[in-house]
Write a protein that binds this ligand. Structure first.
Ligand SMILES: [Zn+2]
Length: 346
């Protein structure tokens, strides 16, 4: 329950891992200049929660530190310099943090700011009754999406949008290989690529997740534990134009071997290996591109929400849990048991 004197929050006291996360009562945060306070209706688990709980090199959190990057709710207070009319606005949170003053920030390219950071990594996050975010990070919520859907979809759709359409230059008719189907980013990418008219191939180690992806439009689905993905992809489609890779090193060699000339490997995570082997002869001979991507520009965040509305997409929600069950749900996320996003209700 909301009360004016304090907020409930899922916080860590050290960086020994998500097992140390616990429900606490913390003081009600007061918005500073340029900030709004969002009373959260929902948040959603993100792999970032696990990384933050383990400690990220170069990041020194102040404890207790509140986890959570994804969220949606209502602005209930604003700081100096923010339009007072924003109070009462229903918003989805863009968790990107940046200096707010450099030319890249001024151009809306905030993930490219030298001071780029994330809510729930550099500042207290969304698994709480209320969170402070920069004015620009509180984005009007499309009425088509419920707060639960917005919490589940905001970050993954924006991230997938940048990977597919900006970095990957995806166009109708392209063939797209999406690794790790079942994760929130991968399922969002499958929906967006399918809606745009791409032929989608997915991989997972879980046959049930592969079957589910087929019902969502995947043309081919391969189990990387039991199938020969390179041979099977070549046999099914010849080659692919874009790889969406939230996994990392473990899938790079196979991915680069199945890319067509001018193909793009777009990576957004290293949980599946931090140092990769690159078949260099494939790289130059087929003029491949290896592209890193994280989050989205402000324009891409807005464009992703417009596409969600236009194409009538809904984020895949694995299940909804109350705030006090977040510690257990993080353990389950670590084991990769979910299909889509785990939403946290208030
Ligand atoms: Zn900046």
């Amino acid at each position: 329950m909301w009360n004016d004197s304090g907020v409930r929050a899922i916080a860590i006291h050290d960086t020994a891992g998500a097992a140390g996360a616990a429900l606490l009562d913390l003081p009600d945060p007061k918005p500073g200049a340029g900030e709004v306070r969002v009373r959260l209706a929902a948040s959603a688990l993100n792999h970032l929660d696990l990384w933050a709980a383990r400690g990220i090199p170069g990041v020194t959190p102040t404890f207790p530190f509140v986890l959570g990057a994804d969220g949606a709710g209502t602005i209930d207070a604003v700081g100096e310099g923010v339009a007072p009319e924003r109070v009462g606005e229903e918003v989805v949170i863009n968790p990107v943090l940046s200096c707010g003053a450099c030319p890249r920030c001024a151009a809306g390219l905030r993930p490219l700011c030298r001071s780029f950071g994330m809510l729930g990594e550099h500042r207290n996050g969304t698994h709480a009754d209320a969170v402070l975010v920069p004015d620009v990070g509180a984005v009007p919520r499309p009425t088509l999406l419920s707060p639960f859907e917005a919490a589940a979809g905001g970050v993954v759709y924006a991230t997938a949008y940048r990977m597919l359409f900006t970095k990957g230059r995806a166009e109708a008719g392209d063939v797209c290989l999406i690794h790790g189907i079942g994760g929130g980013l991968a399922t969002a990418a499958l929906q967006m690529a399918h809606a745009r008219g791409l032929t989608c191939i997915v991989t997972s180690s879980d046959d049930q997740k592969l079957a589910r992806a087929r019902t969502m439009g995947a043309a081919h689905a391969f189990n990387y534990r039991t199938d020969d993905v390179v041979a099977d992809v070549r046999k099914a489609v010849g080659g692919v134009d874009i790889v969406i890779d939230p996994i990392g090193a473990a899938v790079w060699e196979a991915s680069l071997r199945v890319l067509n000339a001018d193909g793009r490997l777009v990576n957004c995570g290293a949980g599946g290996g931090r140092v990769a082997e690159v078949p260099v002869a494939h790289l130059f001979w087929r003029q491949l591109e290896i592209l890193g991507s994280t989050m989205a520009t402000d324009a891409e965040f807005a464009a992703a929400l417009r596409m969600v509305v236009r194409e009538n997409l809904r984020p895949v929600i694995d299940r909804t849990v109350p705030l006090e069950e977040v510690p257990d749900a993080l353990q389950s996320l670590e084991r990769g048991e979910q299909f889509g996003k785990v939403v946290v209700s208030r």
